[in-house]
Design a protein around this ligand. Structure first.
Ligand code: ATP
Length: 595
């Protein structure tokens, strides 16, 4: 039977698990040695000593007053073997727990880093819930593999070695027959195991899909309720849930079938060797002690083999569970720092988009957004980006932040190509306030200080005041210590936006990007925040994306985008006088206000 090639993901999972194990090699070695020692002592040395006693008793029966003299050394050896065996077993527990704890930490860190370092395109093509579930499955898969290694795989190896070592000198033919039967057993077992290879991976992917559906529905529960689509969401969830049940059932049927067949083989082995043992003394003159050993070792080794099925099944499931995160870890970083990339140094804040070409890819589908696009922003210039929905305004700001890499051209900040500098240094120079301000499930103070973790309470307070957020924060039950709720759900849209603006104010970066940052504010607080933003913008390079033109009318320059191209460019008064696209939009918006 040819051994099947190990699936590529399994090899990669082993690679990641080995990386982690290698850094705790002492514990791993301790685990292996203690496992072998306890099996050798308790399962093999014990019966071996007993067989010596049996042989001695049957060869020279001893008188009652000679028992201790004759068997004292055996008794002492038995006590020693048991004490050492138990100690080895406890050492095995210790190494196992320590290794599991240490490796879980490393695997969690490895997964977290991989997720954090992936580009926004990676995240926008995946469910957050699925990634969370893949991370925890990855960690539990390692624990399961370690447990399976310490039982049954290492004990099986030990059993075969000890059975051969103890019995070959005494009954070589018997050992040969037993090994042939065990090889048949292992081959059949492996053949059936191969049949269910893949079923575990499919079951795990169905589970991931289910978690993803659940998380998507829960994350958008407001949309579900307001549109009355509970039944629809339930149907989607039910479909994913049925898929899990169907795949789990297939997996269960395959493993039950394998269990039944291998149990039958185990019975055949035990029956065959029992006949051998029964006739052993009469046919071949085998001593009673050796017969005891033959029976005990055969029983132990067959029993261990029986657990191999179980172990393979668990191993298979573990690799299936780990495959999702392994693929994430193997996914090339779409946005990666070049080796030895320097930090970006910004002194003036000059920005240059040079001949850029960019398209989104999702599988084989592509959406081209920019082609030969050029835009130069002078140091300290405040530029408004306007245009119809889908024109590419948000994408342009994300490219500046290098949340995705451009396919053609270059983006320069103060003459430095951002693709050649570290991403972190770039983003630390740009304060970004997105359309949807997302807050962490932490205190308001922590949320505001996110861009400057060492800010003092006074600085945080001042930033909140400038963003016109102080008043509502002080009215909250715990003021700045109020927890905002997951994604800031406990605050209104306008309040969330003001906390985000306070965060950007405090970050105090040379470049500022506002993507509809004031869209959720009422006119009164918008005016106050606009004042604060004007102060903040002074002397900094700013890009302000806006639909409401009143937000950008006072800026130095307005760039009108249409389908990824600049159609108009100039100050507000000039563009209005031109009577083009911008003037039309302006007229419509101001007219609408007047109406
Ligand atoms: N993650 C994505 N994957 C694929 N296409 C995308 C993605 N994000 C945006 N797009 C597409 O890119 C184009 C530009 O989108 P972008 O969000 O930059 O426009 P916008 O001008 O900011 O629109 P709006 O004013 O509505 O926010 C649109 O056609 C949009 O459908």
């Amino acid at each position: 039977m040819s051994a099947p090639a190990m699936p590529a993901t399994t090899r990669r999972t082993l690679h990641y698990f080995w990386l982690v194990t290698r850094s705790h090699f002492g514990l791993f070695a301790g685990l292996v040695v203690s496992t072998l020692a306890y099996v050798a002592l308790l399962s093999y040395a014990n019966p071996y000593l007993m067989s010596m006693v049996v042989d001695q008793v049957s060869a020279n029966p001893v008188a009652a007053d000679e028992v201790f003299a004759a068997f004292g050394p055996f008794a002492l050896a038995l006590v020693a073997v048991n004490v050492l065996g138990q100690a080895a077993s406890k050492l095995q527990d210790y190494c196992m727990y320590r290794l599991q704890i240490a490796a879980s930490y490393d695997l969690a860190t490895m997964s977290f880093d991989a997720l954090c370092n992936q580009s926004m395109s990676f995240h926008s093509n995946r469910f957050g819930g699925t990634l969370v579930s893949q991370t925890s499955k990855f960690m539990s898969a390692y624990q399961l593999i370690l447990e399976t290694l310490s039982f049954p795989f290492l004990p099986v190896l030990c059993s075969v070695v000890f059975t051969c070592a103890a019995l070959i000198p005494r009954v070589p033919v018997y050992v040969a027959v037993l090994m042939v039967l065990l090889v048949v057993y292992a081959c059949v077992s492996y053949y059936m195991y191969k049949r269910i290879l893949g079923l575990n991976e499919k079951a795990a992917s169905a589970q991931n899909q289910l978690s993803g559906e659940l998380s998507d529905s829960v994350a958008n529960i407001l949309a579900v309720k307001t549109y009355g689509r509970e039944d629809y969401e339930r149907a989607l969830f039910d479909e994913a849930n049925r898929c899990v049940v169907e795949r789990d059932n297939r997996r269960m049927r395959a493993s039950l079938a394998r269990g039944i067949v291998t149990a039958c083989i185990a019975v055949v082995i035990m029956s065959a060797v029992t006949v051998f043992i029964i006739g052993g003394n009469a046919w071949y003159g085998i001593t009673p002690g050796t017969l005891v050993l033959m029976f005990t070792y055969t029983y132990t080794v067959t029993n261990q083999f029986n657990f191999i099925n179980n172990g393979l099944q668990k191993m298979n499931r573990a690799f299936g569970d780990a495959s999702g995160m392994t693929q994430v870890l193997d996914e090339p970083r779409l946005v990666a720092d070049l080796p030895g990339a320097p930090d970006l140094r910004v002194s003036n804040g000059e920005i240059d988009f040079r001949d850029i070409g960019f398209w989104y890819t999702d599988g084989s589908a592509t959406t081209r957004v920019f082609e030969d696009f050029n835009l130069h922003i002078a140091p300290g210039e405040r530029v408004g980006l306007v245009g119809m929905s889908g024109a590419g305004k948000t994408t342009l700001t994300k490219l500046l932040l290098r949340l995705s890499d451009i396919q053609e051209g270059s983006i320069l900040v103060d003459g430095q190509d951002i693709a050649r500098c570290t991403q972190q240094s770039l983003r630390r120079q740009i304060a970004y306030v997105p359309q949807e301000s997302l807050l962490f499930h932490r205190t308001i103070a922590e949320n505001i200080a996110y861009g400057r973790p060492n800010a003092t309470p006074e600085e945080i307070r001042e930033a909140a005041r400038l963003a016109n957020a102080l008043e509502f924060i002080e009215r909250l039950p715990e003021g700045f210590d109020t927890i905002t709720g997951e994604r800031g759900v406990k605050l209104s849209g306008g309040q969330r936006q003001r906390v985000s603006i306070a965060r950007a104010l405090l970050a105090d970066c040379p470049v500022l990007v506002l993507d509809e940052a004031t869209s959720a504010l009422d006119s009164e607080s918008e005016q106050l925040v606009q004042d604060a933003l004007s102060t903040l913008m002074r002397g900094r390079t700013c890009i302000v994306v806006a639909h409401r033109l009143s937000t950008v009318a006072s800026l130095d320059r307005i760039v009108v985008l249409d389908d990824g191209r600049i159609v108009e460019d100039g100050p507000h008064s000039e563009l209005v006088a031109q009577g083009g696209e911008y003037a039309n939009l302006w007229e419509r918006q101001t007219g609408a206000y007047l109406e």
